[in-house]
Design a binder for this molecule. Structure first.
Ligand code: SF4
Ligand code: SF4
Length: 465
């Protein structure tokens, strides 16, 4: 018997209490300081190899060996798998892993298609500004080849498209013609489409969008009018806020799902409560078709001029924690995940263990208008990261693709012994490769730190969420 290596135990932020979470057995508890001390004593005794009888749930340790130490905590800890038999735990891990692989093989695939890398915006923080765009135009031929490829490559798989850029909804006749053709071909193939757009031309494109099976439109709004306009403006410097807001209104009035993305850094984070109140006043938050996400502005591909404005994952969530404690009503706009804390709070149960957090080349692929195939949105457009072509001819770098496909926490040395592995899933393969020079390397997530905040926020601080 031993203290499970998948236990995540730590002190809840701003509290005397602790939490323990085990994603393999899907149990979680809040523990008092005394219970944690007792748990530590048990763990110490176990690590010294002192005997434990599984059938009576008792442990003999200490000076007078043979003396039986039996507590309710020990009984519960064994029932919940916090203390367990290592061999049994290995079996449980293997079965859960096989279930994970099975279910991923039938999961829906998200297929990104980049219609162009050009954009009508010149956002102050855009990473794509470093790309030099291939001097090539999207054509109906390329679109047809794309649809032929995905039909052949992913037959009988649930899938949907996400149209991505640059900015895909550029308001010019040739782009409209291409978007119209994509929608027609998607409808013919019974595929849902999502769009990732800056939202500036939703109104102009609305007649076309209405003809598609829209899964959602992801639109970025970085704050209320002045803050947003200071960051996300047209190439000529013109403001964009009011047109985007009109586009969001139009979508929601017509039951088209909107996923509002707020890209956060130190420059705009304090505006989050004001943006939330704006959305609440507009009654966007009342719509079942409205959801939100907070993205972190970070150095993806090149140095930012103002690196000091960027948050780390932990510092972003520390700030969000602080903001939400002072403005709890904005929970109506966005409920921060704090890893699995929100899930646990809303479902009163834990999610399945995460053996792999990177869907690239498994349930996510990206294609672009130059005919190239990529792993996902992190690599799309970086031609040295291309994994093949679908136009003018089909080619595949199978060896590299299989490296992407085999990456998970069972393949990464550091993850194998990591206590938060089943919550982290090994992070982003592209970030790991950029930092460590190889795919099968970790991109560590601050699971414990975020759970410390999340457990505090959802289970001790916020009432009537
Ligand atoms: S490489 Fe990173 S961005 Fe790409 S799918 Fe994996 S986690 Fe997502
Ligand atoms: S990436 Fe880091 S934190 Fe995540 S499972 Fe691997 S070692 Fe653990």
């Amino acid at each position: 018997m031993y203290f499970s290596k998948y236990n995540i135990m730590s002190q809840i932020k701003d509290s005397e209490n602790f939490f323990i979470v085990n994603l393999l057995t899907k149990n979680a508890d809040i523990l008092s300081k005394g219970e944690v001390e007792e748990m530590k004593d048990l763990t110490l005794a176990l690590s010294k190899g002192e005997g434990i009888g599984t059938d009576v749930y008792s442990l003999s340790f200490g000076e007078g060996r043979g003396e039986v130490f039996e507590t309710e905590l020990l009984t519960e800890a064994i029932e919940k798998g916090y203390i367990c038999d290592e061999i049994e735990e290995k079996k449980l891990f293997r079965n859960a892993y096989l279930d994970f692989i099975d279910s991923r093989d039938t999961d829906e695939i998200q297929i990104f298609f980049v219609t162009n890398y050009a954009c009508n915006f010149a956002c102050s923080y855009c990473y794509q500004d470093e790309y030099s765009y291939p001097n090539q135009q999207l054509t109906k031929d390329i679109i047809d080849s794309f649809f032929d490829y995905i039909k052949k490559e992913f037959p009988n798989r649930k899938k949907y498209l996400t149209i991505f850029g640059g900015e895909p909804l550029l308001d010019n006749p040739s782009q409209r013609e291409m978007i119209q053709h994509i929608i027609t071909r998607s409808n013919d193939n019974n595929l849902d489409i999502s769009f990732v757009t800056n939202g500036y031309t939703i109104v102009e494109y609305f007649d076309l969008l209405k003809t598609a099976r829209i899964r959602e439109i992801q639109i970025t709004l970085d704050g209320t009018e002045n803050v947003h306009n200071s960051r996300r403006f047209l190439k000529n410097g013109q403001a964009t806020f009011n047109k985007i807001v009109a586009g969001i209104d139009l979508c929601l009035q017509n039951d088209i799902p909107v996923n509002l993305r707020f890209v956060a850094d130190k420059e705009n984070i304090d505006n989050l409560p004001e943006l939330a109140r704006f959305a609440i006043e507009k009654a966007w938050t009342k719509s079942p078709n409205f959801k939100t996400q907070i993205g972190r502005n970070y150095e993806l591909h090149h140095c930012q001029q103002m690196t000091n404005n960027l948050f780390s994952r932990v510092s972003l969530y520390e700030k969000i924690y602080e903001i939400y404690l002072q403005n709890s009503s904005i929970i109506e706009f966005h409920k921060p995940a704090f890893f699995i804390s929100k899930f646990l709070f809303e479902n009163n149960s834990l999610p399945n263990p995460l053996f792999d957090s990177c869907p690239a080349c498994k349930t996510e692929w990206a294609f672009d208008y130059t005919g190239k195939i990529y792993s996902c949105t992190a690599t799309v457009g970086k031609s040295d990261e291309s994994l093949g072509t679908f136009y003018p001819e089909i080619s595949r770098k199978d060896e590299i693709i299989s490296q992407w496909q085999s990456r998970d926490i069972t393949e990464i040395k550091e993850c194998k012994s990591c206590s938060v592995a089943l919550a982290c899933g090994g992070g982003c393969a592209s970030v790991a490769k950029n930092i460590n020079g190889q795919l099968n390397s970790p991109d560590c997530r601050p699971v414990k730190e975020l759970l410390e905040m999340g457990m505090s926020f959802y289970f001790e601080k916020v009432e009537n969420v």
